[in-house]
Ligand binder design. Structure first.
Ligand code: ZN
Ligand code: ZN
Length: 328
C-alpha cells in the first residue's frame, strides 16, 4: 500500500485513544475533562469499570475482561474479543462517533488493546489506534516502578505521558522523574500537568500510530545511540548513516520480533533503504509489525536510518550488531 493510500484510508476510520495509568494517577480527572469540555466532538467511551464519570452526549460501554491469545499461541500477542465486538456494534449506529476513548482501569497492560488494532481486520477497517496516553502520579511513580511490572509497561507503551500532580513535588524531583521516564520511553511526549490540565489537542488526534506520522515525530528520536540500564524496561536507539538492504532488514526484524517479541514491547523505525526514493517506516507492538513506504527523501536531505526499541533485556539482543549487519 502506498503512503497516500494509507493516509486517506486513515481519515475515514474512527480514531481511538487509549487511556492508561495507575489507580489514583488522575485518569478519571482527565476523562472527565475530555468528556465535559466544549470541543464539539462526540466520543464513545469504553471502560472496564464504570466510574463516576459525568456523561451527557457520550456513550459509555462496559467492557468485560476477555483476552485471547493469538491463533499461533503466542503469549505476548493477545487480542481482546470484547473490544472487537463493542467497536463492531458502535460503528453500526446511525450517529457516528467522532472518536472512541478506551479507559483501561483494571487492565494494567495496554498491549492487548493496541494489538487488537493491529490484527483484527474488521476493527482495522473501521477504527484506527490514535495514541496511548498514560497518566503518571509524580508523587509515587518511582515507588510504582519499583514494585509493579505494569507501571513500567504503561510508560513503555505511551505516546503521550502526563506527569500529573507536578505541583506536589519539587522542581528537582520533576527533572529526575522526567529523565527516568525518558530512559524507559524516549519517544513519548511528556507533559507536566496539575489535575490533568492540558490542551486537549495534546492528548487527542495525535496520530501517533500512523506510519506517515512517524515521520513527523522524527526529531524526537534520539540523535545518538543511547542506552539506559537502570530500569527493568529500557530503550535503545540505533542510528546508521549507510543505506540499508531491505531484505536483510525484514529478515532480521522478523526473526528478532518472533524470538524476542515478548520482551520487546514497542519498536519503530525510519530507514534509508538502498534503491528506494522513499523512507521505509515500520512499527511493532510486541511481534505484530506494520510497515510501509513513507515520505520521499528530499534531494538535499541527508539520508539515514533510525530505530528505537523499548523493552526488557534489550542489551542481551545484539541489536546494534544485528542492525549493522543490515547495511546494504
Ligand atoms: Zn507475540
Ligand atoms: Zn506485561
Amino acid at each position: 500500500m502506498s503512503a497516500s493510500a494509507t493516509s486517506s484510508a486513515t481519515q475515514d476510520r474512527i480514531p481511538v485513544t487509549v487511556l492508561t495509568g495507575y489507580l489514583g494517577a488522575g485518569k478519571t480527572t482527565l476523562l472527565n475533562r475530555l468528556l465535559t469540555e466544549q470541543h464539539g466532538k462526540r466520543y464513545a467511551v469504553i471502560v472496564n469499570e464504570f466510574g463516576q464519570i459525568g456523561i451527557d452526549n457520550e456513550l459509555v460501554v462496559d467492557a468485560e475482561e476477555e483476552v485471547f491469545e493469538m491463533n499461533n499461541g503466542c503469549i505476548c500477542c493477545t487480542v481482546r474479543g470484547d473490544l472487537i465486538r463493542i467497536i463492531g456494534n458502535l460503528v453500526k449506529r446511525k450517529e457516528r462517533f467522532d472518536a472512541i476513548l478506551i479507559e483501561t482501569t483494571g487492565l494494567a497492560d495496554p498491549a492487548p488493546v493496541a494489538q487488537t488494532f493491529f490484527v483484527d481486520a474488521d476493527v482495522k477497517a473501521v477504527a484506527k489506534l490514535d495514541s496511548i496516553v498514560t497518566v503518571v502520579d509524580a508523587r509515587n511513580v518511582l515507588a510504582r516502578l519499583d514494585d509493579s511490572h505494569e507501571a513500567a509497561e504503561q510508560i513503555a507503551f505511551a505516546d503521550v505521558i502526563l506527569l500529573n500532580k507536578a505541583d506536589l513535588v519539587t522542581a528537582d524531583d520533576l527533572a529526575a522523574l522526567e529523565s527516568r521516564l525518558r530512559g524507559i520511553n524516549p519517544t513519548a511526549v511528556v507533559h507536566r500537568t496539575e489535575r490533568c490540565v492540558i490542551p486537549l489537542e495534546e492528548v487527542l488526534g495525535r496520530r501517533a500510530f500512523d506510519l506517515d506520522r512517524i515521520l513527523a515525530i522524527e526529531p524526537n528520536f534520539l540523535g545518538e545511540d543511547d542506552h539506559e540500564h537502570d530500569d527493568a524496561v529500557t530503550s535503545i536507539a540505533l542510528h546508521e548513516t549507510q543505506p540499508i538492504d531491505v531484505n536483510k532488514f525484514n529478515k532480521w526484524i522478523g526473526r528478532l520480533l518472533q524470538e524476542k517479541g515478548q520482551s520487546i514491547l514497542r519498536s519503530k523505525g525510519i530507514l534509508d533503504v538502498r534503491g528506494s526514493p522513499n523512507r521505509f517506516v515500520f512499527q511493532a507492538v510486541h511481534m505484530l509489525i506494520e510497515r510501509d513506504d513513507g515520505k520521499a527523501w528530499g534531494l538535499d536531505e541527508k539520508r539515514n536510518s533510525k530505530l528505537v526499541f523499548i523493552g526488557r533485556d534489550l542489551e542481551t539482543m545484539d541489536l546494534k550488531a544485528g542492525f549493522a549487519a543490515c547495511i546494504a
